[in-house]
Design a protein around this ligand. Structure first.
Ligand code: PDD
Length: 290
């Protein structure tokens, strides 16, 4: 369910009052940026990380947002309050370069368009407990994947390809080196150590990824930020992904073959437990960890 009050620029309107212009740069060019922020039991999780990344993305694409960080924090808190959000949800927000007749060059004196809304999102408990399947695919995206841009066609096509193969995610690689997944970060565990792609331009610097790094450190699990190869996936002890909507999710099958015995592994489970504690989730919502 989408909650009825939507933030449009810096005011709240009913969802059905929101009319979006036809000549709009987000629609014409995907000329904009976005964020997806997790809400647990009516509270934001990792909000500072998401707000900081939104401003980094805006700067990278030379887009001026219609507020500063402080005002955005306030508006986002209002969004939850005004909708009386008390459950698990996500907030989607996007900013585009505004409304103007189609022309590749930036329009002059045009304000960014911005909206944000809340949508209920229960935790994916079954997938968190049993793990998911993934396929592997070439990473066909541009060279600036650290920007959370609206241009998601390669990601959409990869996710659809995964779905058509009965899988949850597509693990992407550039020249045989795993970058990330279509909408999440990718990790392997080998001999007790976590390996993942470094935070270069070729991956989104995931907010959950940054938290996984901290949690791994607290748990004494080495966190190695070096790209691993496609072959390493099949030989890994464990494989998992992370994102604001999928949390820390085990990958138990890749390209139709089980990862080890096809069950979530102990390091992934430890991280899941640590994540849930960090997010202030109740014990009853913790998947069985052994
Ligand atoms: N996706 N990599 C990609 C390509 C992503 O699209 C995402 C998030 C992540 C994980 O980032 P974070 O931990 O900050 O959620 C990594 C969001 C959930 C989406 O597009 O819906």
């Amino acid at each position: 369910m989408i909650h009825p009050k939507v933030l449009s620029q810096t005011t709240f309107v009913n969802e059905d009052e929101l009319s979006y212009p036809f000549q709009e740069r987000g629609l014409q060019f995907g000329d904009g940026i976005y964020e997806v922020i997790r809400v647990y039991q009516g509270n934001y999780y990792l909000i500072n990380e998401h707000v900081d990344r939104l401003f980094r993305s805006a700067e990278a694409v030379k887009l001026t947002l219609p507020f500063n960080k402080e005002r955005l924090y306030h508006l986002l808190e209002e969004l939850l309050k005004i909708n009386k959000v008390e459950n698990d949800a996500k907030v989607y927000l996007q900013a585009t370069r505004g409304s103007a007749l189609r022309d590749h060059v930036f329009p002059i004196d045009v304000e960014a368009n911005f909206y944000a809304y809340v949508q209920d999102l229960p935790r994916p408990m079954e997938k968190l407990t049993s793990g998911v399947a993934a396929i592997t695919m070439p990473d066909e995206r541009w060279q600036n994947c650290y920007i959370k841009s609206l241009n998601l066609l390669p990601n959409v096509l990869a996710k659809q390809e995964a779905k058509e193969h009965g899988a949850f995610e597509a693990i992407l690689h550039r020249d045989g080196k795993v970058t990330e997944c279509s909408s999440s970060n990718a990790y392997i565990v080998k001999e007790g150590k976590i390996h993942t792609h470094p935070e270069t331009n070729n991956i989104l610097h995931g907010c959950v990824r940054s938290r996984v790094k901290i949690l791994a450190k607290e748990l004494g699990i080495p966190f190695i930020e070096q790209a691993f190869k496609l072959e390493d996936l099949q030989e890994a002890d464990e494989v998992f992904l992370s994102s604001s909507t999928a949390e820390v999710m085990p990958i138990v099958k890749i390209d139709g073959k089980n990862v080890q015995n096809g069950e979530p592994g102990p390091v992934t489970k430890k991280l899941q437990t640590a994540y849930q504690e960090d997010a202030g989730l109740t014990a009853s919502s913790v998947p069985k960890a052994t």
